[in-house]
Structures are given as structure tokens and as C-alpha cells.
Write a protein that binds this ligand. Structure first.
Ligand code: RIB
Ligand code: CA
Length: 310
């Protein structure tokens, strides 16, 4: 049976690639996309998600606007240097594009409808998902499992020396989700930083006849890779953090795991720092934290879905 995914995201280049992958994988079924602030504004994230589903002729997928700010009630900063002014690098949805959005209550209805078949994947700030826990505490118990992109455990952050961007963006909501999500897998920078796609693979996808997104891939990648090349001299490709998170739904063995309860620091100086208690006598936990990526396997799976010739 196809795996039913409700995706919370902020597309964003790597979120967009995650959407494309999930739309193209015949074993995955996106039943809704919840959009929030993060890489870009909520409004732009909503438009980008609508554009990507329209390109695949899947306007039936509800696009549900979520949070526009973190709970900290502060000014939000965006990242055009990484994701472009409008979130998908140089690609802009047409000015005159029309689309409909679905009300927030659609999330409750989807949880009611799919019950323990539903898998929630969250690849942006955790504000909206935390809100769903607060608003729909009974329905969210039905959800089969959660996959969250965030954190950097004992490795450098990407937005500060200590913190990864999603957890830094709203550490309070991140803690909420880490505490209340059952059957939770976290994909931190420990693995996503290595989930790089390289120019040769992008070229193969660009030539792929049956991938409806193939013509977008090269310009998006070029934009994104330029940023990473500047930041990390010698890097062979660009890390597609959110893509790996979606891929784990179907391919859990692309990574190895440790099992701990994870926390996020909320204080000013350490804001967004993710940590676990690894002292020998400390209790472990139930959260699956991905720590080691099997790159060859990852790349094979990625190409299997994205390079379509027939
Ligand atoms: O740290 C990586 C995360 O931050 C990804 O979700 C990416 O889209 C950015 O927002
Ligand atoms: Ca994201």
C-alpha cells in the first residue's frame, strides 16, 4: 500500500526537491501539504507548493497554510542567498497563477480520515506541527509516525556555530514536537549534510524524459550549489536535507540510528542547540536519531525515482 504522507514544509529548494521526489515515487502518496514561514514567507511557501503540485497535475492535493511566525513573536529573517528571493532559486511561479488553499481544519480531517496510515513529515520550522498537537490532541494520536528534519548532535550547526536552522527558528515548538511526537525519527545535519546531489546526477535527471520536473532541476541546483561552493570550498555537491527526510519514510535503512530523547536549548546564547544525554548511566529514549548516511544506497534510491526514462 502507498505510504500516506502529510508534509509540513517551507519550500525552499531542498523542500521543493523533497516534494518532487514524493510526487514521483509511486510508493508514496502526498495527501496534503502544510506550508509555513522559514526559508521564505508563508505566502511564498504556499504559492511554491501549489506550483509544484500543479506542474504534476495534482491540484487535488490540499495546500494548507500554517504558521507565519515562530511562537517567540520576533522578526523573521529569510534566506534568499540560499533559496532565492522566492524560494526555488531562479524559478518563479507564474505571476498569474491561480490556486486554492484549504483551511487549517483540513489537517484534523486528514488525521481522522487516514488514522494510523498517516505519516507526518516536517521539514521546516516546527511551529505549525506544535500547533497541531495543541489544537487536535486526540486526532494526532492516530498518526502512525513522524519524521522531522532538524538538529545537529555534537556536530557544527548551519545557522550558528551550535544550531541547525529549523530548530533555531523556533526552539520552543521544536521541543514540543520532540516531546510529544510518538514513533519519531529525526534527521539532523549529522546525516543530511552528507545527502549531497552532484552535478552529474543533476545532468542525468535533466535528460530524463518522464520526470515532469526535469527542466527545473538544473537551474535550481546551479543556484543552490553556488551557495554551498562559496561556503564549503571543495564540496562535491549540495546537501538536500529535506529530501533525505522524506526518503527515510520508505527507506529507513539509508541511515543508522541511535535512540535517545532529544532536547533543544531555548536560551539566547545556545538557542537551537540540539542535545542528548549520552552519559553512560543516563536513560536512553525512544526517538530514532539518524547518525550515519549510507551514501551509495541513498543515491541509488534517489536516481531510481528521479531519473525516469520510460
Ligand atoms: O537546516 C536545514 C533546514 O533548514 C532545511 O529544512 C532547509 O530547508 C532549511 O530551512
Ligand atoms: Ca525546509
Amino acid at each position: 500500500m502507498r505510504k500516506k504522507i502529510l508534509l509540513f514544509c517551507d519550500p525552499g529548494i531542498d523542500d521543493s526537491l523533497a516534494i518532487m521526489y514524493a510526487m514521483l515515487d509511486p510508493e508514496l502518496d502526498i495527501v496534503g501539504i502544510v506550508t509555513g514561514y522559514g526559508n521564505i514567507t508563508r505566502e511564498q511557501a504556499t504559492k511554491n507548493a501549489a506550483y509544484l503540485v500543479q506542474l504534476a497535475g495534482r491540484d487535488d492535493i490540499p495546500i494548507i497554510p500554517g504558521a507565519s511566525n515562530p511562537v517567540q513573536q520576533e522578526e523573521v529573517f529569510f534566506y534568499p542567498e540560499i533559496h532565492g528571493e522566492e524560494g526555488i532559486g531562479p524559478i518563479r511561479p507564474p505571476e498569474d497563477m491561480t490556486y486554492e488553499t484549504a483551511p487549517f481544519d483540513t489537517i484534523r480531517m486528514l488525521m481522522e480520515k487516514y488514522k494510523d496510515e498517516l505519516i507526518i513529515v516536517s521539514t521546516g520550522r516546527q511551529t505549525t506541527l506544535a500547533t497541531v498537537f495543541i489544537l487536535f490532541p486526540e486526532e494526532i494520536k492516530f498518526v502512525q509516525s513522524f519524521f522531522v528534519m532538524g538538529g545537529a548532535f555534537f556536530v557544527p550547526g548551519n545557522i550558528t556555530a551550535l544550531a541547525e536552522a529549523n530548530f533555531f527558528g523556533d526552539p520552543t515548538s521544536s521541543n514540543y514536537v520532540l516531546t510529544f511526537a510518538e514513533n519519531l525519527t529525526v534527521t539532523p545535519l549529522n546525516v543530511t549534510r552528507y545527502a549531497v546531489i552532484t552535478p552529474d546526477v543533476v545532468e542525468e535527471i535533466a535528460q530524463s524524459k518522464k520526470n515532469v520536473y526535469s527542466y527545473l532541476i538544473a537551474p535550481i541546483f546551479k543556484y543552490y550549489y553556488r551557495f554551498y561552493k562559496d561556503k564549503t570550498p571543495g564540496i562535491k555537491g549540495a546537501p538536500i536535507h529535506d529530501l533525505l527526510t522524506v526518503m527515510l519514510v520508505k527507506n529507513p535503512d539509508l541511515v543508522d540510528y541511535i535512540y535517545y530523547d532529544a532536547n533543544v536549548a531555548e536560551g539566547i546564547e545556545t538557542r537551537g542547540l540540539s542535545y542528548i544525554d549520552v552519559r553512560p548511566s543516563s536513560p536512553k529514549g525512544d526517538t530514532k536519531i539518524a547518525i550515519n548516511l549510507h551514501y551509495q544506497k541513498f543515491m541509488e534510491e534517489f536516481k531510481k525515482v528521479m531519473v525516469r526514462v520510460e
